[in-house]
Design a protein around this ligand. Sequence first.
Ligand code: NAP
Length: 298
Amino acid sequence: LSLFKRVAIIGFGLIGSSLARAIRANGLADSIVAIDRSAAVCARVKELGLADEVTQSIAEGVKGCDLAVIAVPVGAYSGVAIELGPHLPKECIVTDTGSVKQSCIEALLPHLSSPERLVPGHPIAGTEHSGPDAGFAELFRGRWCILTPLPQTGIRAVEKVAALWEGAGAAIEIMEPRRHDLVLAITSHLPHLIAYTIVGTATDLEEDTRNDVIKFSASGFRDFTRIAASDPVMWRDIFLNNREAVLEILQRFNEDITILQNAIRRGEGDFLQQKFTRSRSVRRRVIEAGQADPTAKS
Ligand code: NAP
């Protein structure tokens, strides 16, 4: 069933184009407008035929829309909000896909004229690839989409955005924005920081060793290189915009790793084994929760 007449998707990369594909595949809207500042992205979206209209102009693109979805890196939100605000049709709902919620809300809210239209969201689905070619309609199937409505957000708006994500195959969880940011700091942001660090440390080693690292990468390092191949702009923006939560989690992580470091130094095998056994049961719970797909992240 069609939920919206005309949906504008601002930022037509992995997430924006996947949502467009899912909307098309499931008949969730009558028409889709692709908006991207990049001429190359717009040309490619036309070639792929992913939208009914394609434009670089936010002002043009949102005309007549009843839903605007912001799917740009979180550092670009203020700029998008300034362009979007004055041109939003009266009844148009606004939602987003940003990986951080509190800072995104703060960037958007002052420009939307009526706060009840804003339904902040974050689909917990992605890959390390970017751009419109990387998207696919099934990306959100079996994944969570977290919505973090504000006290002012209209219930009808939340229901419609929830129905859109459910139509794309996702399950909805409602959360407080700050709680979202803390949970994601541990489940997604810290793991990416660790991956970037390990790959960076390995890359800093001399040429011979680096060759060996690539050669023997099957032994754990490979999984980190996949995570560390994620979009640099997107991840720069996530760390700058979720600074407090990431620093809090990082502090705890540093304390825990120091404990492991001491255990290794002192040869406390029992302690290490006990820690690793506990982790193994966490892996079992992730599999049982249906969240173990290797391509699903962030
Ligand atoms: P992406 O593939 O890099 O696509 C982002 C697109 O937005 C690019 O085409 C970019 O164009 C465009 N853009 C940037 N600034 C813009 C602006 N001011 N106006 C219009 N378009 C602009 O990124 P993505 O992976 O889809 O991520 C999009 C959002 O979803 C981010 O906020 C991210 O945090 C969130 N998210 C990502 C994942 C994931 O795993 N990738 C998962 C869940 C949520 P240029 O190429 O010119 O910069």
